[in-house]
Design a binder for this molecule. Structure first.
Ligand SMILES: *Cc1c(COP(=O)(O)O)cnc(C)c1O
Length: 461
């Protein structure tokens, strides 16, 4: 049987960085750039589901399957050691302590707060986790409602649904930098949607918001603000959005604000002297992802809203003996336990340390890029370093960078060490010499602002 996975060749353990990317490993990663037919993942022989042969004994078969899984683990380990561009924290080994829970099929279908006859659920853990987030975002126990979702997207679907049910004729306002789920929501809910322009930092442009609100003064506003935009890590200015609504004559019952805090919901609350997003302000809901900064090993998220809104969508379902208040029916019963576990292990203090480490490492990366004369940007409240897109797909795939137009970014998550950044920088700086000479690096003035652009024209400004 051919091995499809290199055995950890690239987790260098301090050895010389290697520029030999394993081509077989690369083939496992779907191509981000050419989205044509060729980019479809090919299923190798090992990954096909095959009918057990009669003559094959089950021990042999189990051995064969576990060998494939072990090789896959090696592949994952190698990929995790070069995982820089996507918003997932790969520090997951502590979750092995929960592996015995895999022998149970746990399902949290229905409302987390309502009793159910179904015994195999983890709703006590779920409510514990929700209480923690409610405290984080400044809303009393008896005032909030929420649930553990399948991820930030489902949380957004729920938050915007509440806004739409409260204000059925409302228009959705969301910035061009917001996550693609918002535009999907607008399509699926058939809502009118106004896309708001953004500043070079990635923040919502509130002048544009004002213009668009004034054009639609006769209809309520459902506003999505992003706490940490997907690409640039920008934080929309909640206070300015509320001020803009007031200035435009929208009273409290004519708008609904949903905060999409998928990534930076775990960053911003730990920073000093920054404006807070909290239920003390006129927001309706907050969403966050559990598998991004927090690093749960399966997609999950949280949605928190005001309890009084939930009756709008609640329906009693007799045969699940519960209330249907969630987007999904069956819900992952393991993920709330994983969140509960990591929040208990780290606590506020541990999370704060993670945030401080990531911000320090992000500033270090940004500093090194700047010193090398590479266009780059790091927003104030962010762990996302944006820089010029490398013109080399193999490099992009090796470091698993996300790219958009002329930009690429690194998300300095808790698993990203200085050693990893050093390997990355070493590789980047050396390869750049071969990429550029006759051709120049791209100008990023429009993407990240003139002051962050180091192209031939803007470098000396
Ligand atoms: C990742 C992300 C989402 C979606 O979260 P999933 O957990 O992937 O569904 C939503 N909003 C923002 C800003 C994100 O970065």
């Amino acid at each position: 049987m051919a091995s499809h996975f290199p055995v950890n060749k690239l987790s260098t353990n301090g050895a010389e960085p290697s520029d030999h990317y394993d081509r077989e490993a690369m083939m496992m990663i779907p191509d981000q750039n050419d989205m044509g037919e060729e980019s479809n993942l090919q299923v190798g022989e090992d990954f096909a589901v095959v009918e057990p042969k009669d003559e094959e004994c089950s021990v042999e078969r189990l051995h064969h399957l576990s060998k494939i899984v072990t090789q896959f683990q090696d592949h994952l380990r190698e990929r995790a050691s070069n995982y820089l561009g996507y918003p997932g924290n790969q520090n997951c080994s502590h979750y092995l302590a929960l592996s015995t829970l895999l022998q149970f099929n746990i399902n949290n279908a229905g409302d987390p707060f309502k009793k159910s006859d179904h015994g195999l659920h983890s709703k006590k853990f779920e409510v514990g986790v929700l209480d923690w987030f409610a405290r984080l975002w400044g809303i009393d126990k008896d005032e909030y409602w929420g649930y553990v979702t399948n991820g930030g997207t489902e949380s957004n679907f729920h938050g915007i649904l509440l806004g739409r049910e409260l204000l059925p004729n409302g228009i959705l306002y969301t910035s061009e930098e917001s996550h693609y789920s918002l535009f999907k929501i607008a399509r699926m809910y058939r809502m009118d949607c106004e896309t708001i322009a953004s500043l070079a930092t990635g923040e919502m442009d509130c002048d544009d918001l004002r213009d668009k609100l004034l054009m639609n003064k006769d209809r309520p506003a459902i506003i999505n603000i992003t706490i940490g935009t997907t690409f640039k890590g920008a934080v929309d200015d909640l206070d300015l959005v509320v001020q803009t609504l007031t200035d435009c004559g929208f009273s409290d019952n004519q708008f609904y604000i949903h905060c999409d805090a998928a990534i930076s919901g775990f960053v911003v609350p730990f920073l000093k002297q920054v404006p807070k997003f909290t239920f003390k302000k006129p927001i309706g809901s907050v969403s966050i992802s559990g598998h991004k900064f927090l690093g749960c090993p399966m997609p999950c998220g949280v949605l928190i809203t005001r309890r009084r809104y939930i009756n709008l969508i609640s329906r009693s379902i007799e045969y699940i003996a519960s209330f249907d208040t969630t987007i999904a029916g069956s819900r992952n019963g393991h993920s709330p336990i994983f969140m509960w576990y990591v929040l208990n292990i780290k606590g506020w203090k541990g999370l704060k340390q993670d945030v401080e480490k990531c911000r320090k490492n992000a500033r270090y990366l940004r500093h090194r890029l700047k010193k090398e004369g590479i266009s780059s940007m790091l927003n104030e409240m962010s762990i996302t370093v944006v820089f010029e897109r490398p013109p080399d797909n193999e490099f992009v795939r090796h470091w698993q960078l996300q790219c958009l137009g002329n930009m690429a970014h690194v998300l300095v998550m808790p698993h990203v060490t200085v050693e990893m950044l050093e390997r990355f920088l070493y590789d980047l700086i050396r390869k750049r010499k071969t990429w550029y000479g006759k051709v120049h690096p791209p100008c990023l003035a429009e993407d990240v602002g003139i002051c962050n652009c180091a192209c031939a024209v803007h470098a000396c400004i």
